[in-house]
Design a protein around this ligand. Structure first.
Ligand code: 0GY
Length: 405
């Protein structure tokens, strides 16, 4: 069937009302080509889908924010994306596509505009091959900014990509449920493998999006719903939802975005699931500074919440590895190489070098995992307590003894 170019110009008003502050976490802007020309290397040429139309759609569907993902037709020229972010009054964040030799100042400018991630695309019909080592180098470059990696691949490519995906540091967001073969059902081997992967790697997030591309029944999306629902039930804190507007490269039908919004209560039936999917999860990933954090101001206390868990992910994972004697020996032989392996930030590395437990906590270290780190250096609870209270070990012991009198 021929490619359908024109997106639905007057989507219906959805019956479902998204929760307050809802985020459409996967959509694009195209052009306008007269101002932001498409990339010469592109594999398709879409119709213009400018920011004004996207923002009007956002309001019409009952959403408040967008995450705009750089589409392949704009290559690594993120100008249309940046223009939309800057016009959004803080209500859009972006996922960019960058070359490995992008300058640090170029990355910082993207960050200031609102970019919070980079996208790696593995679909042959959309992009030429990029060697994994190039993607790995980009992933290393963006860590400094706290960005995540967004990956787009077909279900059949999952096995081939697992070794690469599981070595990426930080959060990795997988587009469109990893594009499962819907005909195989949720019990199919590939989807079960996908679930097992998410179970084993809690830095992997997933977009429960794109029923219009994955389904086999045209506008009836019922065959896709079990996949999305399973993911929302199993991983409520790691799922995102998006319209995928303006739906490039569609052949079967052009979706009405109102219909897509009405799929949400079927994949996330409870209010708690809807709140996590549409508000809390995207806010945590893209508007970290504004995400709900009711206990943030307890004086003198570092609150270990979801935000801190994300910040400390690499550090805690490293400490967890110390359960194995071989890992402990490897660490002691070359701590710097070991830090790199787990993608520690400079502040985390410095805290480890100085064995400064309080600094490690400030950098997202969870005391449960840090105890394993302390064990390596034969620090006991009194050594750590002394650090935490700013006293010597003897003073701390004396304090404990007195408290027991
Ligand atoms: C999507 C899906 C597609 C296209 C792109 O970057 C893109 O060109 O992502 C697709 O054709 O499946 O997420 O928009």
């Amino acid at each position: 069937m021929d490619e359908l170019k024109q997106f639905c110009k007057s989507p219906r008003k959805p019956r479902f009302t998204p929760p307050e502050g809802a985020v459409d976490a996967h959509c694009h802007v195209f052009g306008p080509a007269a101002i932001f020309p498409f990339a010469p290397s592109r594999k398709y040429t879409p119709v213009d889908a400018p920011k004004e139309t996207l923002f009007a759609l956002r309001d019409h569907l009952g959403f408040v924010r967008n995450v705009i993902v750089q589409a392949t037709c704009h290559g690594t020229d993120n100008s249309a994306l940046v223009d939309a972010l800057q016009a959004s009054e803080g209500r859009a964040r972006g996922v960019a596509v960058v070359d490995v030799d992008v300058s640090d100042s170029g990355l910082e400018a993207l960050h200031r505009a609102g970019v919070r991630g980079v996208r790696f695309n593995f679909l042959k019909r959309l992009v030429d091959d990029t060697p994994p080592e190039i993607y790995a180098a980009i992933a290393a470059r963006i860590r400094r900014l706290g960005w995540h990696v967004n990956v787009y691949f077909e279900g059949d490519d999952l096995e081939r990509l697992v070794p690469f995906l599981t070595t990426l540091p930080g959060v990795v967001v997988i587009d469109h449920m990893g594009r499962p073969d819907v005909a195989a059902g949720v019990e199919g081997a590939n989807f079960r493998r996908f679930l097992a992967l998410l179970e084993a790697h809690d830095n992997l997030w997933v977009k429960v999006s794109c029923p219009e591309r994955l389904g086999q029944k045209g506008r009836d999306y019922s065959d896709v719903i079990p996949f999305a629902r399973t993911l929302v039930e199993r991983f409520p804190d790691r799922v995102l939802w998006g319209t995928d507007w303006p739906h490039p490269n569609m052949h079967s039908h052009m979706p009405d975005d109102g219909d897509l919004v009405d799929v949400i209560p079927e994949i996330a039936p409870t209010l708690a699931q809807q709140q996590a999917l549409l508000v809390d999860n995207p806010m945590r990933l893209y508007w970290e500074d504004q995400a709900m954090n009711p206990h943030i101001n307890i004086p003198g206390t570092t609150i270990f919440d979801g935000r801190m868990a994300m910040k400390g992910y690499g550090l805690n994972k490293m400490c967890y590895s110390f359960n194995k004697a071989g890992a402990r020996a490897e660490y002691l032989a070359d701590p710097e190489a070991y830090f790199e392996r787990f993608g520690l930030t400079e502040a985390q590395k410095q805290a480890c070098r100085e064995k400064d437990v309080l600094a490690m906590i400030r950098e997202g270290g969870n005391i449960y995992y840090l105890a394993k780190f302390a064990g390596i250096y034969k620090l006991n609870m009194q050594d750590i307590g002394a650090q935490q209270t700013g006293s010597t070990v003897d003073e701390f012991k004396e304090k404990l003894r007195k408290a027991g009198d």
